[in-house]
Design a binder for this molecule. Structure first.
Ligand SMILES: [Ca+2]
Ligand SMILES: [Ca+2]
Ligand SMILES: [Ca+2]
Length: 268
């Protein structure tokens, strides 16, 4: 077979594979996606609540991460109730999910970056775009909900607001940091399932700006952004979620002693 024919055959096979994949993604039941990179694995379901597992070195630190929305004075609702999702797996560690009705579109791109084996560290970047599809200003509130169960256990977690962009949850040496640009307008930290109940109760609610610090317990937290989006305009929000295991105090002390020894040697 000539080189040109061989390439064409490979290309035909590739196109057939892509079409088969597109059909599978379009089917109602195929909304589950998995991101993998380095020491990390994330599981999501664009049909019923976005992310639900986040393994770092085999330990699942996440119970649920989701988005809610409010248009005008309608009660908050999960973002996945807007429409059936359009799910695109861009790479093994990158996925895009879109929901849209005739008022607005919600686009999110997840990127998972794993650390080295045994490092205890991995990171998820999320970029969200809300597009006003109407010719009138759109009063829109976006809610981001995080229920980490650090170290694979629901209990024993602490959480606090670090600053206007960052909330930290931790248990022992394990820390989850969630930061946003732009800063959130409101926030809430509470025992599960109080925030979930507030976001799903059919009443209009704002996050309470309490309580920091919270715990120990099975905690969840949420962030809220309030915007009036220009006709056919956008609201962009980027988010970073970071899991890490900080060195034990004993290790830090040993490093300190090592440094002291080094300084002593230098003084000689
Ligand atoms: Ca825990
Ligand atoms: Ca509510
Ligand atoms: Ca929790």
């Amino acid at each position: 077979m000539e080189g040109g024919q061989e390439r064409e055959l490979i290309m035909r096979k590739f196109v057939a594979l892509v079409l088969a994949s597109a059909v599978v993604v379009g089917a109602a039941h195929a909304q589950v996606f998995t991101l993998t990179d380095g020491n990390a694995v994330v599981d999501g379901d664009a049909g019923t609540g976005l992310l639900y597992n986040w393994f770092t070195d085999g330990v699942d630190h996440l119970f649920n991460q989701d988005y809610y929305f409010r248009v005008g004075a309608t009660p908050e609702a999960p973002i996945w109730t807007v429409s059936a999702p359009t799910l695109t797996q861009i790479a093994p560690n990158i996925a895009h999910v879109r929901y849209a009705n005739n008022v607005f579109a919600f686009d999110i791109t997840y990127t998972l970056i794993g650390g080295g084996p045994g490092s205890g560290t991995s990171d998820i970047g999320e970029i969200v775009r809300i597009t006003n599809l109407t010719n009138a200003p759109l009063a829109f509130s976006l809610f981001e909900y995080d229920d980490f169960d650090l170290n694979g256990t629901a209990g024993g977690d602490m959480a606090m607001v670090v600053n206007g962009s960052t909330i930290r949850q931790w248990e022992g040496l394990t820390t989850a940091l969630v930061g946003s640009v732009p800063p959130f307008d409101r926030w809430e930290i509470d025992a599960w399932p109080n925030i979930l109940a507030k976001l799903n109760d059919g009443n209009v609610d704002n996050l309470s700006n309490t309580t920091t610090p919270s715990g120990p317990g099975d905690l969840a937290f949420a962030m809220q952004w309030d915007r009036v989006i220009a006709p056919n305009g956008n609201f962009l929000m980027s988010k970073n979620k970071h899991i890490e295991v900080v060195p034990e105090p004993a290790t830090l002390a040993a490093l300190g002693l090592g440094l002291a020894a080094l300084l002593r040697r230098r003084r000689k």
